[in-house]
Design a protein around this ligand. Structure first.
Ligand SMILES: Cc1cc2nc3c(=O)[nH]c(=O)nc-3n(C[C@H](O)[C@H](O)[C@H](O)COP(=O)(O)OP(=O)(O)OC[C@H]3O[C@@H](n4cnc5c(N)ncnc54)[C@H](O)[C@@H]3O)c2cc1C
Length: 399
């Protein structure tokens, strides 16, 4: 009888858990090692575009997600100085009509808990906490994962879903070379009742201005607003979800911006700040029985809101490849990498490009700013930028 395939995953973030669930759905035995002693997803909101939601719906999480998420009616662009507003695109029913799935905004913790519960529902001890991986050894026949506490786990395949500072990536390919992007991200959540009525909107909004931009969108069924403010600054280089900043410092970063932006900042519960590091796309992710997934192999600047969504797509496609090429697992990992690398590389590159668009110096001039928005966010250009992202079909992508 054939030995059942056992998959080891390092990291229980959104990518690792999606991969675990997608593999369980195809009948595989999965062991996820997470260094954190308890599952506590930090950060704030997340945008889930229809390409990622297609995978999450197919994994059976759609209705549960809908009960926690907000569904923005669309997205707007606003100008930093005058507050002038343009429609970027419609979402809601339009997203379902055009792409087959909705567009949700959700608190990261909600998505994370749903994924973790689903993995544990299939196998209670599939997820091990307080399990910090310190390295692995692979042979032609298997992989052994080593933990800090001395435990070892043996499997047929190892997936490094251990995030932007991935130790599995370092062991495979050496230390990475992060470059500070010159941008700092402010993040926080606002209780909706603290905002003036006109800001309690059900659309996502993207403010653009010279050297900075702001994104806000509803969360938790409209009870909260998620705030992300990105500003060009070179004096903060700590890449962490948990570093707190002050309201004063955040206001100062958006000095001269429209009053609405300051009303948002004033009402953030706790402002967190995160230095955005940039990394060149990798040429290769896999070696024999070990591969990478999510931020471990394609960390990206968040200017297309696709980081978590790419990790979800990765997990789903990886499970398809393991099932299809189960008799040759090294080939399965190569097929997975080949199926994903071009798309994720484009997203990484186009995210950086979007940053330059959002922060363009043309937005600083009173005369030129509105013309720049008209030109850069013209309907055809917007379609070209987002359509290929949202149309991706995890079930039909060739593997
Ligand atoms: C400001 C900002 C806004 C964003 N907005 C969006 C958005 O709107 N939409 C979107 O799709 N994406 C967004 N992203 C990106 C998204 O958050 C990430 O791409 C995504 O969380 C990556 O998931 P992951 O599972 O690959 O890694 P992570 O979530 O980082 O998970 C890695 C896990 O591995 C664990 N781990 C690490 N090392 C070890 C070890 N040695 N042993 C065991 N466990 C280990 C960690 O504890 C962690 O739980 C945003 C990012 C930023 C910075």
């Amino acid at each position: 009888m054939k030995k059942p395939v056992r998959v080891l995953i390092v990291g229980a973030g959104i990518g690792g858990l999606t991969a675990a669930l997608a593999l369980q759905k195809r009948g595989y035995d999965v062991c996820v090692c997470e260094q954190a002693a308890e599952l506590r997803e930090v950060g704030a909101g997340l945008q889930l575009s229809p390409n990622g939601l297609r995978a999450l719906y197919r994994l059976g999480l759609g209705e549960a997600l809908r009960s926690f998420a907000s569904e923005p009616a669309g997205k707007n662009i606003r100008l930093w100085s005058s507050g002038q507003t343009w429609k970027l695109f419609d979402l809601g029913a339009t997203s379902v009509q055009q792409y087959g799935y909705p567009y949700f905004t959700i608190h990261r913790a909600m998505l994370h808990n749903l994924l973790a519960d689903a993995v544990r529902a299939t196998k209670r001890d599939a997820l091990m906490l307080g399990a910090q991986c310190i390295g692995f050894e692979q042979t032609d026949d298997d992989v052994v994962l080593r933990l800090l506490d001395g435990r070892e786990f043996r499997g047929d395949v190892l997936i490094g879903a251990d995030g932007v500072h991935s130790g599995i990536r370092s062991q495979l390919f050496g230390a990475d070379q992060p470059k500070f992007s010159g941008c700092l991200a402010w993040r926080g959540v606002i209780a909706i009742e603290h905002l003036p009525q006109h800001l309690r909107c059900t659309v996502g909004t993207n403010w653009v201005g010279p050297g900075a931009h702001v994104i806000h969108y509803p969360l938790n069924g409209g009870r909260h607003m998620n705030f992300v403010g990105i500003v060009e600054r070179d004096d903060w280089q700590i890449e962490s979800w948990t570093q707190k900043g002050s309201h004063e410092e955040c206001h100062a970063d958006f000095k001269g911006w429209h009053q609405d932006v300051h009303d948002l900042i004033r009402n953030i519960e706790v402002p967190y700040k995160w230095a955005l590091m940039a990394r060149d796309p990798m040429q290769q992710w896999s070696r024999n029985r070990v591969t990478l997934l999510g931020d471990a192999c394609h960390p990206t600047l968040p200017f297309l809101a696709q980081g978590a969504v790419m990790a979800v797509e990765d997990g789903y496609i990886l499970a398809r490849c393991i099932e299809r090429y189960e008799d040759d697992l090294a080939l399965a990992l190569k097929k997975y990498e080949a199926a994903r690398i071009e798309r994720t590389t484009s997203i990484v590159l186009r995210s950086s490009e979007n940053g330059r668009r959002f922060h363009n110096s043309a937005l600083g001039s009173a005369d030129g700013a509105a013309a720049y928005v008209d030109r850069e966010w013209a309907e055809t250009k917007v379609r070209e930028r987002y359509d290929w992202l949202f149309r991706y079909n995890v079930d039909e992508a060739p593997i």
